[in-house]
Design a protein around this ligand. Structure first.
Ligand code: BG6
Length: 492
């Protein structure tokens, strides 16, 4: 029953419903879908978690994070809460799952005929993925409709643990029933990449090593690990952001054109390009960890009480990946990510080669920038004649800033888009098992080296641009900064 639109009655079961992820992402996204009429008719949502909460307490938790700017939206939220119930229970007890099953059956008894589908959303820590995978398969699997399982990262700590997890879940849940979320794949500009690349003839022609000098994919956050230092410390920034979100973006930037837009055709091409990337080497990586801000107002990573003293965990990493294929050999793909930096931004920056034999001296390189967030935009830096009587040049922009161009359209939240894909049975924007394997192969050797050799990250101040050597690192792969005088008044 893969890739089919759900018909009949659908119950969504959110496991880990009292946790942070459910409160901040899953339920707000479900509300967004409800409000816009995208949940199938009659859908009910049952939350399940260990916390012993009354329905009222549970609803109050959901309210905390709901964005309800107007009265009509507040009313819609009140209506939405009527389809959201809550049951508490353990993750390893059959009798608790049986109670949950009873509650689902009660919902399902409202209709006599048609499919009775169940969508399970695991908003859970990885330590319980396997018992919950077992528990729901054994006690909750619907024989009267379609079952779908949504899983959230982290999918293991390295290649081996990811394979173990896969091995434990594979006999229970078929690949076509499994939806591994990487929420970056639900972001509007990440989805736009396929269209930018494959629906524009001019990009198609220059998207290769002959024209492109280097690609940078950058993720910056202003806040540190405040509040989740303990969790973060087990993983570090490479496992938290680079191995998944940034590598997923890279795979779409670099893949060949898929045969069609069908999920497996798209995912086949992503896997193919990932398999051309050798493991990251130590010479191609720099690591950082933030210390307190220069003005002393923000704490360093190690000041967080939940972080083990003396931890070497990187909160910043830059790594250069190489793709050994005909299109990309020799082109550095520089991935950079960090917390507690000077700005919040995710962008893809494609820098083109210099113009060969250019008669205009010092003309800078063209760049295409796709700003994923905030303030979505696509802009191209090009050289133009400085208006006037001379033949002087100036860098200017071809600018597609969404707020200006699509001012009356709302950009959906990534989780909303992805949950809707699950309901539609569309796997295109989810991570396939072999894709995950290929991603771990690229990072596992360097992660083991960092862990085993306790490699010390370079310090950088909270609120700075990252470790001091970052500019030198990026320049060493041939990235040329535009001149210091470059200034774009419209830049956000
Ligand atoms: C999560 C990481 O996957 O992505 C977080 O675990 C990070 O550390 C978050 O903050 C970033 O997501 P977004 O959508 O806010 O850019």
């Amino acid at each position: 029953m893969a890739n089919v639109q759900l018909t009949g009655l659908t119950t969504i079961i959110v496991l880990g419903a009292s946790g942070d992820l459910a409160k901040k992402k899953t339920y707000p996204a479900l509300f967004g879908l409800y409000r816009n009429g995208f949940l199938p008719e009659g859908t009910r949502i049952i939350g399940y978690a260990r916390s012993n909460l009354s329905l009222k307490e549970f609803h109050n938790r959901l309210l905390e994070y709901a964005k309800l700017p107007t009265d009509p939206i507040k009313e819609q939220f009140t209506e939405f809460l009527k389809i959201c119930t809550y049951i508490s229970g353990q993750y390893d007890k059959d009798e608790d799952y049986k109670r949950l099953n009873k509650a689902i059956e009660e919902v399902e008894s409202a209709v006599n005929s048609g499919n009775k589908n169940r969508v399970f959303y695991m908003a859970l820590p990885p330590s319980v993925f396997i018992p919950v995978g077992h528990g729901i398969k054994k006690n909750l699997y619907s024989n009267k409709g379609v079952n779908r399982l949504i899983v959230e990262k982290p999918f293991g700590m390295d290649l081996e643990s990811s394979r173990e997890l896969g091995k434990a879940l594979a006999p229970l849940w078929r690949e076509d029933e499994t939806y591994r979320i990487d929420h970056y794949l639900g972001k509007e500009m990440v989805k736009n990449l396929l269209i930018i690349r494959f629906a524009n003839v001019f990009f198609g022609a220059i998207w290769n090593r002959q024209s492109i000098a280097n690609v940078q994919i950058t993720f910056k956050e202003k806040i540190g690990t405040e509040g989740r230092g303990g969790y973060f410390d087990e993983f570090g920034i490479i496992r938290d952001v680079m191995q998944n979100h940034l590598l997923q973006i890279l795979s779409i930037v670099a893949m060949e054109r898929p045969i069609s837009l069908k999920a497996e055709d798209v995912r086949d091409e992503k896997v193919r390009v990932l398999r051309c990337i050798p493991p990251v080497e130590q010479k191609d990586i720099i690591l950082g960890q933030y210390i307190k801000s220069e003005d002393d107002t923000k704490p360093g990573y190690l000041d967080d009480k939940t972080v083990p003293p003396g931890s070497n965990c990187p909160t910043y990493a830059a790594a250069t990946l190489w793709i050994n294929n005909e299109r990309w050999e020799g082109v550095p793909f520089i991935l950079k990510c960090g917390k507690a930096l000077n700005e919040q931004k995710t962008e893809i920056r494609v820098q083109f080669q210099h113009v060969p034999g250019n008669v205009f001296k010092n003309a800078p390189r063209n760049e295409l920038v796709i700003r994923v967030q905030p303030n979505e935009a696509v802009y191209m830096k090009m050289t133009n004649k400085l208006p006037g009587l001379s033949m002087d040049t100036v860098i200017s922009e071809l600018d597609l800033t969404y707020q200006r161009r699509f001012s009356d359209l709302k950009i959906p939240d990534a989780y909303e888009a992805l949950i809707l894909d699950v309901l539609k049975g569309d796997h295109s924007n989810f991570v396939r098992d072999d894709e995950l394997d290929a991603a771990w192969k690229i990072f596992t050797p360097i992660l083991h080296k960092i862990d085993n050799e306790k490699i010390k990250p370079d310090p950088y101040a909270y609120g700075s641009r990252g470790p001091a050597k970052i500019d030198e690192f990026v320049a060493s792969y041939g990235f040329k900064r535009p001149s210091e005088t470059y200034n774009w008044p419209g830049r956000q």
